[in-house]
Design a protein around this ligand. Structure first.
Ligand SMILES: Nc1ncnc2c1ncn2[C@@H]1O[C@H](COP(=O)(O)OP(=O)(O)OP(=O)(O)O)[C@@H](O)[C@H]1O
Ligand SMILES: [Mg+2]
Length: 341
């Protein structure tokens, strides 16, 4: 890779990192457009953190090349460092200092004068919903507050590229939403974000493009829409008036759509997974056909909804194994099915 491609914040070709026998990163190619959130999605041990560390110049690659805004992460590491920030990199958030004290101190270290550092600290604390906690020591912060102050510290100087390595792992839904809002606000300011996550819905919510990695390799890359299209057009969820009509309804769906039909724990509910839609046969069109056929068969549908395929389904289709979260969910459904049967 001799030439930098305009419009790309990150470009890697054949990036490799080994730890003894482990090929933690095993030939990763990435092209991250400037000004977007790029999601790197993968399970535990996939190689996400190792990739991020190489891009942030904290680890030296064993093979391949990586450029950040055109600068080689090894030969031009200083140029890269000047433009990136990594949450947790400045592990300097001091537990014994308050939120304000931490941000002002870091601002001073970055070269702001006292007034500017105070103003920036107050602005960030406000933006991150930490004004009330500003005078409290960090050691008394909740997990969600701690994560937010970490991100605030990493964007004191608005970086061109921000690495967020699993920013919401372990947070409750409300705190996750707050972090998501922060990420959106950071991108709106023009920062490119590389976000790693194990949460499919997080990548779905935030990222414009997603690379799915598994065991050190990129196994799929594209927009959310492209990834989902490779799996299927979505699902039709139906609730019938009468549970006794469910077997016949399942048969009609199989026949008209060629769909895989799943009987839900609720005895009147069933889900048909639609196949990959041809461009002239949209999910809505397939659903309409199915509803017409059900009506002709005298089956009363109380309500129906059309669902996009989840990224869980994408992961299963791509890797042949599902994520831990969906494994747990499937196990619960299966045991309920047995009870129902
Ligand atoms: N310093 C190290 N020494 C030895 N092996 C390592 C080291 N760092 C990572 N590994 C191994 O490399 C592989 C990838 O690890 P990495 O931390 O990049 O995964 P990850 O995708 O970030 O996982 P997680 O979601 O659990 O954070 C794992 O098998 C891990 O055990
Ligand atoms: Mg990690």
């Amino acid at each position: 890779m001799s030439q930098h491609t305009a419009g790309l914040a990150i470009e890697t070709v054949g990036l490799v990192k080994t730890f003894g026998e482990t090929r933690a990163v095993d030939g990763v190619d990435l092209a991250v457009p400037t000004g977007t959130v790029y999601g790197v999605l993968g399970p535990n041990g996939a190689g996400k953190t190792t990739t991020v560390k190489m891009l942030a110049t904290l680890l030296r690659p064993d093979g391949g090349e990586a450029r950040v805004f055109g600068h080689d992460v090894v030969r031009e590491a200083d140029d890269v460092r000047g433009r990136v920030s990594l949450t947790g990199q400045y592990a300097s958030v001091d537990e014994d200092l308050t939120g304000t004290e931490n941000l002002v101190l870091l601002g001073r270290l970055l070269g702001h004068d006292k007034k500017a550092a105070r103003e920036r600290a107050a602005q960030l604390l406000e933006a991150f919903g930490l004004t009330e906690a500003a005078g409290r020591q960090i050691k008394n912060y909740s997990g969600g507050m701690r994560r937010r102050i970490d991100i605030a510290a990493s964007i004191l100087n608005t970086p061109d590229l921000l690495f967020l390595d699993e920013p919401t792992t372990g947070l409750d839904p409300r705190s996750r939403n707050q972090v998501w809002d922060i990420v959106r606000a950071v991108v709106a300011q023009g920062t490119t974000v590389l976000l790693t996550t194990q949460y499919l819905d997080e990548a779905d919510q935030l990222a414009s493009r997603i690379a799915v990695i598994d065991r050190g390799k990129v196994i799929a890359e594209g927009t959310k829409g492209e990834l989902k299209a490779s799996v299927g057009a979505g699902s039709v969820h139906l609730r019938l008036r009468d549970a006794e009509q469910r077997p016949e309804a399942a048969e009609v769906l199989r026949r008209t759509l060629g769909a895989r039909v799943q009987l839900e724990p609720d005895p009147v509910a069933l889900t048909a997974r639609l196949g990959t839609a041809a461009s002239d046969d949209t999910a809505a069109g397939q659903a309409a056909r199915a509803l017409g056929e059900l009506a002709r068969s005298g089956i009363t549908v109380d309500n129906f909804s059309l669902g996009q395929p989840s990224l869980d389904e994408v992961f299963l289709a791509l890797t042949g194994h599902d994520t831990q979260a969906s494994r747990a969910a499937t196990a619960t459904t299966a045991s309920k099915d047995e009870v129902a049967a």
